[in-house]
Design a protein around this ligand. Structure first.
Ligand SMILES: [Zn+2]
Length: 453
């Protein structure tokens, strides 16, 4: 049965307003009332749903629309918690679900309650317009709503993986982490995150003689640390393209509106190594392109000193290091040591991130998302994407699930940048686009796939 999208669209807006009105600012999260609301909604429509409680007033929801089991499940993942707000910087109540001038405003509108609403509508519509009418699903469609994503997921996805791994079995998952960007009039691209950089923390520690500040000493640890950091400041890791970034730049070149960058993208992915090098140097000037082409090193903290008149024995800086998948963090640290070239400065890994294999960018799920996007916008470019940020998808990929990060709501850059900022909002039209995209993608993978066997 075809879905009446005018009615479903209104229902999605109302649903997202309700989700936003539950204040799930994390910390502390307090996702339980929202989780209970979702359980009531889904159970009321006859969908098997479980409420899981990892800690007081925290909760996760796992709902399942049963398939015939001929294929492994597909998971729709979204988190219920949101980051905090500076209320005085908002033009409206961040937890009011205000609709104004074609936008729905509210904390979480695009991170991540918008996707939660689209996922919920997808499940409801599959139940009403497919299952209830006697059509069979080839695989379970599993909706997972997690708490505690914004502070690392110890009480969210990490807890679920540890305690309820059996509920998370899936071949594919759709999660946050990509983007659908409006770059110019009528030109849009959808970046589907298939891999992410791996985050590590690295300490740079300088040691030297301690003493009274009145007697200056050679080898002062703070000066030593300063020298080491100055050397690291202009250290660049080599350009490393993965199959994902190669396709990202190669396909984006065809639609990119800025001509110099467009030809640099084409050159970067060509077989001509001199042209590729030139392309890389042009693209390196744009921070986000630079970050997807090489391992990144950001200094994020510095500590040392005990009193104004004491030379300390030690001073330390913290680096947040993000490696491209497949790149060796030990090798990178070795390069930093060589660059610093001072035996009294040590470089050590204090927290090492875990590798996760990239999701297949030619799988039936990737193709279903791409084809659904093209059904809604025949001119949209769909590219796989290596994200610089970290999401729960890495945990899923380590479990062998091909996870795909999307943000299915077409937006201009300035709207996308409101994520975690003030006056976060989603264009209503884009909310409809995203809901249809997820429904259509899941319909294709859960129903149309049946005949492939
Ligand atoms: Zn998020």
């Amino acid at each position: 049965m075809p879905v009446d999208w005018a009615t479903a669209g209104d229902e999605t807006v109302g649903l997202l307003q309700t989700l936003i009105r539950f204040d799930t600012t994390n910390p502390p999260g307090n996702e339980l009332p929202l989780a209970e609301h979702i359980v009531k909604l889904l159970v009321g429509e006859g969908i098997e749903t479980r409420l899981l409680v990892p800690a007081p007033n925290r909760a996760a929801v796992v709902a399942r629309l049963k398939g015939n089991g001929s294929r492994r499940p597909v998971m729709l993942l979204a988190h219920m918690d949101v980051v905090g707000v500076e209320r005085d910087k908002w033009s409206c109540d961040p937890f009011g679900g205000v609709v104004r001038d074609g936008y729905l405003y509210g904390r979480g509108a695009i991170d991540d309650k918008g996707m939660l609403a689209a996922n919920l509508m997808t499940l409801l519509l599959l139940k009403r317009a497919v299952v209830d009418l006697g059509e069979e699903l080839a695989r379970d469609v599993v909706l997972v709503a997690t708490p505690d994503e914004e502070t690392g997921g110890a009480r969210g996805m990490a807890w679920l993986v540890g305690e309820h791994r059996d509920l998370l079995d899936a071949e594919f998952a759709i999660n946050e982490g990509g983007r659908t960007r409006i770059i110019a009039e009528g030109k849009r691209y959808m970046a589907i995150q298939t891999a992410e950089k791996i985050a590590h923390m690295v300490a740079v520690t300088a040691r030297g003689p301690a003493g009274h500040a009145a007697i200056p000493l050679e080898g002062n640890a703070i000066f030593r640390l300063g020298r080491a950091l100055w050397r690291l400041a202009d250290h660049n890791e080599p350009v490393t393209l993965t199959p994902t970034t190669r396709r990202f730049f190669g396909e984006l070149a065809g639609i990119w509106p800025e001509p110099d960058e467009a030809s640099a993208m084409a050159a970067l992915t060509s077989d001509d190594s001199a042209a590729a090098e030139k392309g890389a140097s042009i693209l390196s000037k744009t921070p986000v392109f630079n970050a997807v082409m090489r391992n990144g090193i950001s200094a994020t903290g510095i500590a040392g000193g005990i009193a104004g008149n004491v030379i300390p024995a030690q001073a330390e800086a913290m680096l947040n290091v993000r490696t491209i998948p497949g790149q060796d963090i030990e090798g990178l640290v070795e390069r930093l040591r060589a660059r610093i070239g001072d035996p009294d400065v040590t470089v050590t890994i204090v927290a090492q991130g875990d590798e996760a294999a990239a999701s297949d960018s030619d799988s039936p799920m990737f193709r279903a998302i791409a084809e659904s996007a093209r059904t809604l916008d025949p001119h949209i470019a769909v590219v796989p994407y290596l994200s610089t940020g970290v999401t729960d998808s890495a945990r899923l990929r380590r479990m062998g699930i091909d996870a795909y990060g999307i943000l299915p709501f077409p937006m201009v850059q300035s709207d996308e940048e409101r994520m975690h900022g003030h006056d976060e909002r989603v264009p209503i039209e884009s909310l409809h686009f995203g809901t249809r995209l997820i429904f259509e993608s899941v319909r294709r993978i859960a129903i149309a796939g049946t005949s492939e066997d």
